[in-house]
Design a protein around this ligand. Structure first.
Ligand SMILES: [Zn+2]
Ligand SMILES: [Zn+2]
Length: 136
């Protein structure tokens, strides 16, 4: 799970600038379970950081993803969603309200079902789509 301290350490180690907006982005993502979109994160932080741009949200997320501190979910073709939880799990998106929920997935089970050509699995995403209980 991404923490601000881990994120700052990683950015410093990667030679990236640790700016107030980057810290704000990490603080906003820390312990978050609702998978905010880049736009949502931008709109939440913009009132407090008037100089923040959507490009900074994307570039910070990409930096953190490169350090395995953040998942960038391509569950929707129009928007990207962020998830600070790096534990193996799948995602469900409601096609009506577009909310994204965690789905438990056993990564070990997946491994045993891999064909012989696959030596090791380092990363994977599983996406499910349908209607949530509120929208059904
Ligand atoms: Zn829904
Ligand atoms: Zn998740």
């Amino acid at each position: 799970m991404l923490t601000v301290d881990m994120g700052i350490q990683y950015l410093q180690g990667a030679g990236a600038k640790v700016t107030a907006t980057r810290i704000a982005i990490m603080r906003s993502l820390e312990n978050r379970k609702d998978h905010p979109s880049a736009e949502q994160l931008f709109l939440e932080l913009k009132p407090f950081y008037p100089t923040l741009s959507i490009a900074t949200v994307y570039s910070t997320a990409q930096l953190l993803a490169r350090g395995s501190m953040l998942r960038i979910l391509s569950i929707d073709e129009k928007k990207v969603y962020f998830d600070p939880n790096m534990e193996a799990h799948g995602h469900f998106m409601c096609r009506s309200c577009k909310r994204v929920f965690d789905i438990p997935v056993s990564f070990n089970l997946m491994k045993t079902e891999m064909p012989g050509e696959v030596a090791s699995v380092e990363y994977g995403e599983i996406f499910y789509y349908g209607l949530c209980s509120k929208c059904a």
